[in-house]
Design a protein around this ligand. Sequence first.
Ligand code: SF4
Ligand code: FES
Length: 704
Amino acid sequence: MKVFVNNKEYSAEPEDTIIELCDKIGVHIPRFCYHKHLSVVASCRMCLVDIEGVKHSQPACSTPLREDMRISTKSEKTKVAQKSSMEFLLINHPLDCPICDQAGECELQDISLEHGDDHSRYMQFKRVVIDKDISPLISTDMTRCIHCSRCVRFGEEISNVKELGLLNRGEDMKIDVFIESSVSSELSGNMIDLCPVGALNNKPYRYTARTWDLRQICGISPHDCIGSNINYHTYNNKIVRAVPSENPDINQTWLSDRDRFGYEGIYSEDRVKKSQMRVDGKLVELDFESTPSEVNNLINNNIKKYGKEKIGCLISGQSTSEELFMFQKIFKGLGVSNIDHRTKESNFDYQKNYPLMPSLGCNLEDLDEYENIILIGVNIKTEYPILSIRLNLATKNKTRVHSFNFNSLDENFDLHCKKIIDHSNIESFLNVNNIELDQGKTLIIIGPSVSRSPNQSNILQSISKFSSSIDAKIGFLTESCNSTSGWLLGNVPHRELGGNQSSIIGKNSYQMITDKLPSYILYNLEPEHDFFDKSLVESALESSECNIFFTSYITPMIEKYAHIIVPITTFAEADGSYINIEGTYQTFRPIVQPSKNIYEGWSILNKILKLNNLGDYSVANIRDELKKSLEGLDFNMSKTDMSNTNISPYIENKILKESYRETNQTDLIVRRSESLNQATKIKNKLNYKNMNNEVKKSYIDITK
Ligand code: SF4
Ligand code: FES
């Protein structure tokens, strides 16, 4: 279709509105209530434009295009209309920019500078709104609100949790909550970004810095396997806030609260700032230069003393791909096969038939192409909040989502069916007669509650058989943000870098712990939280002769059982990369500089590699190797067959201890975020009654 904007001809899509066309061709139209991911309400009237042949100016956000339409965004009529709208919007706005955190990035400030007047004709008293303490993450100054309703529509349309509402009318209209502190969804922080003025602000960041003093560096979320893109803002070499970096294929314009506030954990008091070694039963500081050789001596002495098969090497799936690459390079190079990143698992019979790497089986943006999505052992709302946005939209389209979990947990999107299942009955339960499927494509998504199950292999086998019977695809959502790299880069005892079978099959993480080896190397892992059974790990560490910890944080167990502690960087202080669950490889650079005695993880591993004459890498070299391993891989696997697995019998009545993962406890950084911990406390308080009821429920409930 042919249209004219400011006398220039453009070809346009017939379904576009004026504002959509102008955004595409780079013609700016001021707006407040319009947002490309929200419904159109056309309430602020800031986007008024002049259309030839139409008497009054029309809102560009709600006016569809028509053939030969002639639009003017710069005419005198347009300017007068926009100026008048601006004047109305500023009537009740306090104009307190000098004390407002939004100043410098405020849409109202920018637009009023361009389209407003330099004086006000309004001489009456301005409206004042009393604020409520709505959340530990969001501060409010509701007197600044211009009633654009973006925050309300976000709750209604995107997060599907209606937390804020528009109350009253006219002069008394206000945005409010019904119960104090009740803004507690896992996606609540997005309302801060959506608010075009300083009415909703980032509470932990409040009054920390002025926006024009901040440096912005893009990073990738280390808190889940979706790989959201994040712009970190730093001030004096410290991250002070995080906002979404738009990536239409992954997180669009959204971020989960965990991704937004998780960085606070970097500044936790229990960060290890210097290397330490145990001498006469006490940990003493070790100097920076000699640490790599001390660690290397210890590793090699242990191999000599106990034998290669007696060394246990465990690394977190939250480590960067560079760290995972270097870790296996050292230990496999030294002939140690006991290497694993699956520390939360305890049943590994499945591993031989497992795909090359866990993958969602499709791109995130293609989820809405499935008629049926079956979630097994996962709570998307709390574990992968950003994914819940995609599923919410998919359910509004044509997708039926079924949730089968071991616990009764709610989702924030419509479920066609929700059932609590028991491990022992899963095979009989997964039956076409029990599950009401729509005609069309089906995707089964397996979550971390399955991988944590002591009956994981049995469950995977049942799912595999079921998927074949209904011709469904299988996808995975993993425990850590980079578990895919863990598999692909050979941090498993039975596969090499790139996925080839190892000639010698080492012990898996469960065997390493239960066999009580004389020496362990733990990388980026906390014994208290990152294993399937805390007490088993403790007794393994206690009986071991030498435990080497590469860690960012010190915990009571590390302090008690470590023979050497090497302080390493977090994701924010070093170059790194992650492979997300759809197979996207994303790199990032350091956001802040680490303190001077902390090692970049990959670089200390490289020093150890070099000391053993096993190679010498730079970040660029490592990435070249990684890219080679990724070449030609198909993450959209058409079929995953694990039905031939030889499995041990089902473990009777062994109920999962930790099948439910608390949103803000998923990894060692997020666990230390003070704001998120406060938010969790409040949420638990609000849900207390509900939780009590859940506990009383029968565990096994396979009913229609
Ligand atoms: S609080 Fe902000 S986002 Fe919500 S209606 Fe007011 S101005 Fe709009
Ligand atoms: S942006 Fe069009 S009316 Fe608000």
